[in-house]
Design a protein around this ligand. Structure first.
Ligand SMILES: NC(=O)c1ccc[n+]([C@@H]2O[C@H](COP(=O)([O-])OP(=O)(O)OC[C@H]3O[C@@H](n4cnc5c(N)ncnc54)[C@H](OP(=O)(O)O)[C@@H]3O)[C@@H](O)[C@H]2O)c1
Length: 230
């Protein structure tokens, strides 16, 4: 009779966090790196000018915690790639790096608003997230943070408790990876179902913007679904 192998620490240890990259250093990229750096050592930050990002990392006091890299290196090193880019640039990005992104989780933040923020650049039968999935069919696209305006990402504390981040996607494991990435941040992450639900999230986000502008609290505006358990 063969003895069953003893359980080791390695069997029970949680899976290591996937190597993570944030692409883009605008309002969303910069705020996200600042929020994630303490929780994801080795975070990779990538932009068109990695040297400028290295200087910014030093300014933030994250030298040795956040690595900077060009786009190609970042995509090769990371298993989870957050695109803090406008929709048209996100599309270009996944088309350029499609092979390297195969099997990886790609987070789409983009809202496909027109340049004057008055309407949508896409018909209501689709969403930026779905367009990204069509452009990179081998990547696992997850929508998140679309409804989190930059001023809230920079300073999340608001009366009424943590705001909701709605996470959409058709790959459950990829969605869970993203929810784990965001879990230490001061938000409440809600699984918002299929990637196609991004259509609603993107459109609700434009409506919240319009209302916040009308009532003079844009861009410090966000959502919290009442009644949901914390
Ligand atoms: N702003 C918000 O409140 C908010 C809220 C929710 C979702 N979003 C979404 O988040 C995304 C980013 O918004 P943002 O406000 O952070 O924009 P942003 O401040 O304009 O930053 C976008 C970044 O994209 C990179 N970029 C610019 N041109 C590029 C190009 N031709 N090719 C590749 N990369 C380019 C730049 O980073 P590098 O110079 O480092 O390459 C730039 O800093 C958008 O899709 C937006 O819809 C924004």
């Amino acid at each position: 009779m063969t003895a069953s192998p003893a359980t080791t620490d390695a069997d029970t240890a949680p899976a290591p966090a996937p190597a993570t990259a944030v692409i883009g250093s605008g309002r969303m990229g910069d705020a996200l790196v600042r929020l994630l750096a303490p929780h994801r050592p080795g975070l990779i930050w990538s932009g068109r000018d990695p040297q400028r990002l290295t200087a910014r990392v030093a300014e933030l006091g994250h030298t040795g915690v956040v690595d900077t890299a060009d786009h190609t290196t970042a995509v090769h090193r990371a298993d989870l790639v957050v695109l803090a880019l406008w929709h048209r640039h996100a599309l270009d990005f996944v088309r350029t790096h499609g092979e390297a992104l195969a099997g990886k989780t790609v987070v789409d933040l983009a809202n496909p608003f027109t340049d004057d923020f008055q309407g949508f650049a896409l018909p209501e039968t689709t969403s930026a997230a779905e367009q990204l999935a069509a452009a990179a069919p081998r990547a696992r696209i997850v929508g998140a943070l679309k409804n989190t305006f930059w001023a809230v990402l920079e300073d999340p504390a608001l009366p009424g408790g943590p705001s909701d981040v709605l996470v959409t996607g058709d790959h459950q494991q990829a969605k869970e990876q993203v929810m784990s990435l965001l879990a230490p941040l001061p938000f409440r992450c809600l699984d918002a179902g299929a990637l196609a639900n991004s259509r609603t999230v993107e459109r609700m986000t434009l409506l919240s913007r319009e209302i916040a502008v009308r009532y003079d609290h844009y861009p410090r505006t966000t959502w919290r679904l009442l009644g949901a358990k914390a």
